[in-house]
Design a protein. Sequence first.
Length: 587
Amino acid sequence: MAKRRKPISFDTTLRNPSRIPKFISILVNYEGRVVDNQTALELEGEIIRQKIFEPTKATLGTYTKVNNKYHFIADDQSETAKKLVDAYYHEWADGDPGQVNLDKIVYLLKNTFTSHKESGWDAGWESRIHTQFNFLNELGFVKVVKGEQIRISDNGKLMIKEYRDGKPISDHYDETYEQSAFLNAFAKYQINNPYRSNTIKVNFFPLVLNTIKYLDDTYARPGIAKQDLPFIIAWGSNEYKILAEYIHKFRDKFGYNTSDEFVYEYAMNLMDEKTSNDYPEPASDTFIASKKKDYKFEKIIRETPDEIVRKLRLTMLISLRGAGRFIDINTNEATKIAYTVKKYSTNIDFSNEVDAYFDYMGKTDTNLAFAADVAESQETLDKKEKTVANWALNHDWKFLKEELMNSAEKHPSTDETLKYVKETARLEFLVAIVVKKALPKNRVIANYKADDEGIPFNTASGSKNNKVGADIDVYENSTHVLVEPTIAKSRSFQVEHELPSIRSHVLATANQDVEDSNFNNWFAVFVAPNIVKDVGDQIPIIKETNSVEIYPWTIEDFVDFSENITSLDDYKIIRLYARPQQMPKLK
């Protein structure tokens, strides 16, 4: 493919980072197989079968006999094919992940069509494999190339250490491995890699870190504004000091109330190789007119900056400041930041050597590994507690309810901070805020991992290494309550994973408290988008067997009820939707 100068961009196919280990944990079952048509369809079929990717009825459930534009012909040309496609689709759509036989999903793929074509791949579902795995190729987690053997790197296997067949292997799920894998990948990632056609030689994450650090150290700036990211996107080398000075001069001259259109004009000038970058100047009208289709405004100003923040947050080295308007280095991880910029700021020319790039990217650097059992400093704990209190004070009930429902339904947030916190961690954060807003005098300790501003990176780690593993601890006089939010809606997860885990958390907490404190009242509040009926059946059994009290609440009901409570004991209610099922009374 022809290489040319382009702005930095990131693939947006896997916008939600929690999907990446799911995809790789499916791929591992195909490691060593050559990517031909059959393997591609089986792999895509398994991804769909496990509901990691859920196509619509219009694509997966609609029989397509022929598509002339893409030279597609359905495998089954019989009169019964249309009904069979409809039946198989509904069996899959109405069932649980992994329930439908793979042969039925492959049949659907061979007899339906999605209008998608990637170079070197057959049009339709096969091309979806390329879009789903190409950025993972770039990050060195995998090698999925048409006509070659599937490979998964050591770093890719680190990513899926807690996963199997598209889901976590246990309810004691620790995201530390994922964070270590992400940091290993982004620390080494180069824009000039064999999967890109860009000519610029940029080590992206070290460039960002070096630029921020230079501005912090030289001008005491709070990192860089999100609106400064277009300047990085348009930059073409690892010369971070020149870039940092450009950003500083621009803000020193124009301040922070600049329009997006204004920033776009100055960012575009950085891509005009005929102009100097010594001092901020707008691009000429001629250059903008000739390049605006190639260097799209929306991409440079909004889409790519959003993806940069979203992806760099995965490394846990980037903090959000100023209500999400600035990104900065996370001072909690100063050692890893110093190591990253020292070790990985030098660009390497891989040309088109895919295997050499895979071997380089795929090795794990133990200096970039996060440890699951490292205790948080008191400063970090205090910051998290203070942040929860500040959000509780400064956000109203309507906002909290709307954002909690967004999290529950896996909808994106429009808040400039919450939009960069994935749904599971966002849910824990918001639930902690709700409890603090309802009972401001109580201590609310959330156990998610957070940056130095107290904004979550990921969820609580679970009960490992002598940690209880509760999501949120709330203290009121002699009462210690565990608040356990989940985004899961399925019966199997709520009953088989959440309830046993919560029971263990309460038992462990009570036993620790009896030895070390004056608490004598313990119970758990279970918060979920919905409460399945079997939860109501299991709660009395747990209470009878273990003397553990668990009170289930739907998210919406939990927020509404919290507005008027005066004590933690007010949550000790079994709502109508959480009561045990009963046999009918005979007349």
